[in-house]
Design a protein around this ligand. Structure first.
Ligand SMILES: *[C@@H]1O[C@H](CO)[C@@H](O)[C@H](O)[C@H]1NC(C)=O
Ligand SMILES: *[C@@H]1O[C@H](CO)[C@@H](O)[C@H](O)[C@H]1NC(C)=O
Ligand SMILES: *[C@@H]1O[C@H](CO)[C@@H](O)[C@H](O)[C@H]1NC(C)=O
Ligand SMILES: *[C@@H]1O[C@H](CO)[C@@H](O)[C@H](O)[C@H]1NC(C)=O
Ligand SMILES: *[C@@H]1O[C@H](CO)[C@@H](O)[C@H](O)[C@H]1NC(C)=O
Ligand SMILES: *[C@@H]1O[C@H](CO)[C@@H](O)[C@H](O)[C@H]1NC(C)=O
Ligand SMILES: *[C@@H]1O[C@H](CO)[C@@H](O)[C@H](O)[C@H]1NC(C)=O
Ligand SMILES: *[C@@H]1O[C@H](CO)[C@@H](O)[C@H](O)[C@H]1NC(C)=O
Ligand SMILES: *[C@@H]1O[C@H](CO)[C@@H](O)[C@H](O)[C@H]1NC(C)=O
Length: 512
């Protein structure tokens, strides 16, 4: 039931149009779409396919948004008349020139942008990459570069078509957890304020490279892997911001919220965040055990599902998070650890490294072959608190279809939490198993081949041969409250609140 037509966020908009859209979103929140997941095309590789081969790969997989790290003319030509939206990059090496000369900036726009639109649908210019943290000596020319490029776009009458911004690393934020206390490193405060004012004036977006892989691997074991991979957290490991009481079900949202709160700390609001790079390496060196196919598949497929849901972050639920995955290809020429070369989703010949589905993963077939006759059910002796948390999560962030366990529906049984949770767990498992979903739910679930279907309550994966019995669950224990599939795990308040706050207090001192 995705409505892709409502496209407040699919393109660029003036700040007044932004305001109207923001208002509409309040009313049409659940219909919001136009949110997208694109892909980064890094080219640090010895066997880069030709631009037309690259475009074939994109088209074959329905990829509609790409980020380039430069403005390669062959690539821009290959992308012409494809309907693919393009973010082009100004390489870090060109920033000084552009930031010091209005004429250089105008030449750059004429040569690399004006010459290609409208045939090539260029919608963003990303000026540099992580300039403040990688080439701090260029910090003072960053905002002039943005301003000169904007003036040149204005002169070419392209300022509505193309927005200008600059991607930052999480390194510009000091202490990103809890998100509510995040602030920009004050070293760059004056540049940051000018940058934000520029974004505000031009209706552009804050660009953030948000990498839970690094947050997790440099977190010294403080963050559970499940948190980085958008998987369900054990009930006694929920991660709550002690100031806002927002529960963070994944590190990605916490990183994006850290950016929102940092902007708020310098009095800027309503500037949307675009995530310009995120991903997970599928292969690493001997000391990089978390870089593997299972984790990369789980991260990227859960990310796509999360972003396409359009539900934003806990602090900004009405601003969808448009996101670019790193990266299209492995880049064997990149320096650094083995994992640095292995973030790709595709080999140069166009075959996928692992079976990521770029489509709407939430609508995968729930009855996929291979899982027929296999069921994920709640353990009858599971801790009830943990079961409720698991149920809320499966029906919320997990994306299970829980309509059959609503009151009045065939699988509803007010007195049997185990039966209801089993239905939700199983639905989640059948939707996501192919893309790395697991049957765990805080150790409250298990795999079985006994078909729990009964009467007209049919579980995903059922062969339909066991629908006559009256149910096979443990006897009812006690009634429990209504289930609201809409509110998900992010608003449920776990009972073990004290330990959560303690964990949060601990996390407070960890810098992502
Ligand atoms: C370019 O993309 C924007 C945003 O999706 C869209 O509104 C516009 O129609 C596209 N332009 C062309 C020429 O395809
Ligand atoms: C802020 O940035 C400066 C310059 O890079 C760095 O020396 C300093 O350690 C950073 N401060 C914090 C708290 O991260
Ligand atoms: C933000 O606004 C508040 C209230 O107007 C003001 O007290 C504060 O100094 C401002 N902070 C910054 C960084 O401008
Ligand atoms: C594509 O390249 C990968 C990695 O080099 C290789 O394993 C695979 O067999 C190739 N597929 C085809 C169809 O050539
Ligand atoms: C259920 O789990 C919670 C949190 O892990 C724990 O505090 C509680 O004592 C458990 N309840 C039972 C009945 O075991
Ligand atoms: C959810 O499941 C119900 C049956 O239980 C079905 O009618 C409905 O179409 C499903 N919705 C989605 C979005 O798959
Ligand atoms: C799943 O597939 C089997 C075999 O194709 C079919 O008999 C069964 O009705 C399907 N179950 C559901 C829940 O769609
Ligand atoms: C149906 O389910 C019941 C209860 O789980 C089980 O005992 C029985 O063997 C199942 N029958 C078939 C035909 O699978
Ligand atoms: C997004 O997820 C929420 C639960 O977290 C769900 O209620 C909602 O229907 C989903 N929206 C879309 C568009 O999939």
């Amino acid at each position: 039931m995705k409505t892709r037509a409502f496209c407040c966020f699919s393109g660029q908009m003036s700040s007044s149009r932004w305001k109207i859209c923001a208002l509409l979103l309040v009313f049409f929140y659940s219909f919001t779409s136009g949110v997208y997941v694109g892909i980064n095309i890094g080219t640090d590789m010895s066997n880069l396919p030709s631009p037309s081969d690259i475009v074939s790969i994109l088209q074959h997989h329905g990829i509609k948004h790409v980020r380039l790290f430069d403005a390669d003319h062959q690539m821009l030509n290959a992308l012409a008349n494809t309907g693919i939206e393009v973010m082009v990059g100004v390489p870090n090496g060109q920033i000084l020139q552009i930031g010091e000369s209005k004429t250089e900036a105008a030449n750059w726009i004429n040569k690399n942008i004006a010459a290609f639109v409208p045939a090539t649908n260029i919608t963003y210019i990303a000026v540099g990459d992580e300039v403040l943290t990688t080439i701090p000596n260029a910090a003072l020319v960053l905002v002039p570069a943005l301003q000169f490029l904007e003036s040149a776009l204005l002169a070419a009458n392209l300022n509505f078509q193309v927005k200008v911004s600059s991607p930052h690393s999480m390194g510009v934020i000091q202490k990103s957890f809890p998100p509510s206390t995040a602030t920009f490193n004050s070293t760059w405060n004056s540049v940051m304020v000018q940058y934000l004012q520029f974004l505000k004036n031009t209706g552009s977006s804050f660009m953030l490279n948000a990498q839970p892989y690094y947050g997790y691997t440099t977190g010294g074991g403080i963050f559970p892997l499940e948190y980085a991979l958008f998987r369900m957290l054990n009930p006694n490991k929920q991660i709550v911001d002690p100031n806002t009481l927002f529960s963070y079900s994944n590190m990605f949202d916490a990183m994006v919220d850290a950016a929102y709160y940092s902007m708020e700390a310098v009095n800027f609001s309503a500037i949307p965040v675009i995530v310009t790079a995120t991903g997970w390496p599928w292969f690493g060196g001997a000391n990089e055990k978390d870089a593997d196919v299972d984790n990369a598949l789980a991260y990227n497929s859960n990310l796509i599902r999360h972003v396409l849901n359009g539900s934003g972050t806990p602090s900004q639920p009405s601003i969808p998070i448009n996101t670019y995955i790193s990266a299209l290809f492995n880049e064997d020429l990149r320096s650094g650890a083995v994992s640095e070369k292995n973030w790709g989703l595709f080999f140069p010949n166009g075959t996928t490294v692992y079976s990521l589905n770029f489509g709407d993963i939430a609508e995968l077939d729930t009855n996929s072959t291979g899982l027929v006759g296999v069921f994920c059910v709640a353990l009858s002796n599971a801790n009830r608190t943990a079961l409720k948390v698991g149920l809320d999560w499966a029906c919320g962030p997990g994306g299970a279809n829980c309509s059959a366990i609503q009151p009045g529906q065939p699988c509803y049984d007010a007195n049997d939490l185990v039966a209801i949770a089993s239905y939700a767990f199983n639905d989640y498992y059948h939707r996501t198993q192919a893309s790395g979903g697991t049957c765990n739910f805080g150790n409250t679930a298990t795999i079985t081949q006994v078909d729990p279907s009964h009467g007209s309550c049919i579980f995903a994966g059922s062969t339909g041969s066991n629908t006559s019995s009256g149910g096979s669950f443990s006897p009812p224990t006690s009634a429990f409250g209504p289930i609201s599939p809409g509110n998900g795990g992010s608003t449920s308040q776990p009972t073990e609140f004290i330990s959560l706050v303690l964990l949060s207090a601990l996390l407070f001192f960890i810098n992502l």
